[in-house]
Design a protein around this ligand. Structure first.
Ligand SMILES: Nc1ncnc2c1ncn2[C@@H]1O[C@H](COP(=O)(O)OP(=O)(O)O)[C@@H](O)[C@H]1O
Ligand SMILES: [Mg+2]
Length: 238
């Protein structure tokens, strides 16, 4: 029987050198964001981050993926994790299988308390100094909030931190569900994505203060989808 084709989706990809648009600029932009993240706190080294925003469609996953690519050009062992369990998308943008992923790994880890790297896929690129590991969302579960809010998730994240040099976690938006809070608590810092086209300033401010009230270390924001005239993609860090 022919293998089922994975549904893929396209978005901005700094590794895609065939694109007409000026890839160098995007690579530069993401390198700049990386530097800002690395230097965002003086008293604590940032080695794991999560990405969230106000609502769906603000370019969280696109930002997470390209940040992972740029971190992989500097760090040996980089891990990208899909924690938006209601709308798993990373595997589509990255043309990967999602037959098993984070949810499957968590269910097993809850029983064994042993790290099993089999759930993690790897990808390489000539620009990377090591390999980029990817943990896709995994099988659809009815209780994502419960899973991400569990001690098992906390413990699993701690094990991941011991096994990777830098971790990037793509999260659900905070405007409607609170999944990004326990994830934010499990990483060193959180990047808040703001879309120039979609995000209302007041909504974003409310979401950021909700995160901060729940002890999430918000490092800064990335502005996406701003109309610069030179193309629809532009990322800023401030
Ligand atoms: N900087 C950008 N400018 C314009 N469109 C973008 C930008 N980044 C991503 N997109 C597009 O916006 C849509 C949502 O992106 P995605 O990363 O999946 O958002 P989210 O994860 O926040 O739901 C996709 O169609 C993607 O191609
Ligand atoms: Mg997404």
């Amino acid at each position: 029987m022919a293998q089922k084709k994975h549904k893929t989706r396209k978005t901005l990809n700094i590794l895609d050198k065939t694109k007409k648009h000026n890839q160098f600029d995007y690579t530069e932009i993401f390198r700049h964001i990386r530097t800002n993240i690395e230097f965002s706190t003086v008293d604590k080294e940032i080695k794991s981050i999560s990405i969230t925003s106000t609502q769906p469609g603000e370019a969280k996953t696109t930002t997470s993926m390209n940040l992972a690519y740029i971190f992989a050009t500097k760090y040996q062992r980089v891990l990208l994790v899909d924690c938006d369990l209601r709308k798993t998308m990373l595997h589509r943008y990255m043309k990967m299988s999602n037959k098993q992923g984070l949810t499957d790994a968590l269910i097993e880890f809850g029983k064994t308390h042993r790290f099993n790297p089999e759930y993690i896929q790897k990808m390489s690129d000539p620009s990377f100094i090591g390999t980029l590991s990817v943990l896709t969302g995994g099988v659809h579960v009815p209780n994502p909030s419960e899973l991400l809010g569990s001690d098992v998730f906390k413990e699993y994240m701690n094990v991941l931190k011991q096994n990777y040099d830098f971790i990037i976690v793509d999260c659900a938006p905070v405007g409607t569900i609170s999944d990004a809070i326990p994830v934010g608590n499990a990483v060193d810092g959180t990047i808040f994505v703001v879309s120039a086209q979609d995000t209302k300033r007041k909504d974003a401010a409310n979401c950021i203060s909700l995160l901060q009230r729940n002890n999430v270390n918000v490092l800064g924001s990335v502005l996406t989808k701003s109309d610069t005239g030179s193309g629809s993609y532009s990322y800023y860090y401030y």
